[in-house]
Design a protein around this ligand. Structure first.
Ligand code: PLP
Length: 447
């Protein structure tokens, strides 16, 4: 029996999702095809999306700030992207040879990210980060990778380490954060190859690099943490990270899978003036179709087969459907005017949430970068890294999530460490509805 009133309302509102969950979960584990979509008492199942909204199987309407976890910034069923996909469908969806379009899309990404001299397309963020790591290992002849505690870079063995460590015993001390596999089935040898540091803490990075001098191939990090809530880099942090990489002969891999072409036209690289050796993209670059890329300095990219010995394969790489959607999105939808609109709505949303915190007196702080934001309940200060963020009140966040769903708003991705976003097709009324729902929710869950 549900114990919380918001759970009872959710169950009353969503009988068709419940019915579908009971059916699908018999043959698909957890009733979802990626665990992040699961939540209790059961996940929502959606029928369709349009612009900044989704409709569930019961026909209930939601303002959507999850936006496919960053992939749908152009908006659901954006007509410009639909037209591009329709045109391509008529010419074939997968040709088994390189089709036109990849050149133009690579050029557009290189215009936004001037340090990228060459790039290769893949399908998912996991692939992009996996290949960037392989390339860094090949380029340096070294094995170890350093990642930031709490960061998610896709579910490959090497990077699915210390993504969301919880208990102190597996966190390790502040000075010596442990490498903790997030998944069963990760070989011990692989765990040892991924070292962990804290974001916004140059000292912790330097300690790891000193201890493992000449063994570290790459540091991988997001420019702004988007998987520990939103955590922005402190002033000069990336200048110091770059300095350390150069001093220790380590490649810097910037994971712009979620931030890329989202936080700004040139993502976090442009906002913070970061010049990595390799960068990874996915999500927004495909306009809602599966598309990813990794790229960077020519000297490294020329090591990829058939030019060099670093293997990168994939039947669906740069498939014409995804390229068509990506081109339409980046060249026609995500223009400077669109970024200005998104940022303006992002400002309004941020202000509305901050006002709601002040007016209702709920204990919470907000992390924010342009159109992305996240709420940390129970904290006094915005956190600087995952370890600080993980002290937030996750149970309260769960109540906030269900209350917001009950009010017709998907406030963010479905966990405290996810964030809200704004799309090219959100309208001021959507933002107003979200703010009103936030006020109502905060009043309910305050104590
Ligand atoms: C920063 C970051 N890197 C990599 C990934 C993995 O991307 P995908 O889900 O496309 O494999 C994600 C997914 O959310 C991400 O947020």
């Amino acid at each position: 029996m549900p114990s919380l009133p918001e759970e009872e309302i959710y169950i009353k509102n969503t009988p068709k999702s419940r019915e579908y969950f009971e059916k699908i979960s018999k043959i698909i584990p957890g009733g979802v095809n990626t665990a992040i979509q699961f939540f209790r008492p059961y996940p929502l199942y959606m029928a369709r999306g349009l612009g900044g909204k989704l409709w569930d199987l019961d026909g209930r309407e939601y303002v959507d700030h999850c936006l496919g976890y960053g992939a749908m910034t152009a908006g659901h069923a954006n007509p410009v992207i639909i037209e591009a996909i329709n045109e391509q469908v008529k010419k074939g969806t997968l040709l088994g040879f390189q089709a036109e379009g990849a050149y133009e899309l690579a050029q557009e990404l290189m215009r936004r990210y001037p340090y990228v001299e060459m790039l290769r397309f893949s399908n998912t963020g996991l692939e992009a980060t996996f290949y960037a790591v392989r390339l860094a290992r090949a380029a340096t002849g070294r094995k170890l990778i350093v990642k930031m505690e709490g960061c998610y870079h896709g579910a490959s063995d090497v990077l699915m380490i210390s993504d969301k460590p919880r208990r102190r015993v597996i966190l390790g001390s502040v000075h010596n954060p442990a490498s903790t596999p997030d998944s069963l089935g990760t070989p011990e040898e692989v765990v040892k190859q991924t070292l962990v540091a804290h974001f916004n803490d140059v000292g912790s990075l330097e300690r790891v690099l000193q201890k493992h001098e000449n063994e570290v191939a790459a540091i991988i990090t997001e420019p702004v943490l988007t998987n520990s809530g939103i955590i922005t880099p402190e002033k000069d942090y990336f200048r110091e990270v770059r300095r350390l990489c150069d001093e220790y002969g380590v490649l810097l891999i910037l994971d712009e899978v979620k931030t890329g072409c989202n936080l700004s036209a040139g993502g976090g690289s442009q906002l913070y003036g970061i010049e990595p050796d390799l960068v990874t993209f996915a999500k927004a670059i495909g306009g809602g179709a599966p598309l990813a890329a990794f790229g960077g300095k020519r000297e490294y990219m020329e090591m990829i087969t058939p030019l060099g010995g670093v293997v990168h394969y994939g039947t669906y790489n740069a498939n014409p459907l995804s390229i068509a959607a990506g081109l339409a999105s980046l060249k026609k939808v995500m223009t400077d005017t669109t970024y200005a609109k998104i940022n303006k709505l992002g400002d309004e949303l941020y202000k509305g949430v901050v006002d709601a915190i002040a007016d209702t007196g709920i204990k919470a702080v907000v992390g924010r970068c342009t159109m992305m934001g996240s709420i940390f309940f129970g904290l006094d200060e915005p956190p600087k890294n995952y370890r600080e963020a993980s002290r937030c009140d996750a149970a309260k966040w769960g109540r906030y999530w269900l209350h917001m769903l009950n009010r017709g708003v998907i406030p963010a991705g479905s966990a405290w460490f996810e964030e809200w976003m704004v799309s090219a097709m959100h309208e001021p009324e959507d933002i107003e509805k979200t703010i009103q729902a936030t006020y109502g929710t905060f009043r309910e869950i305050k104590d």
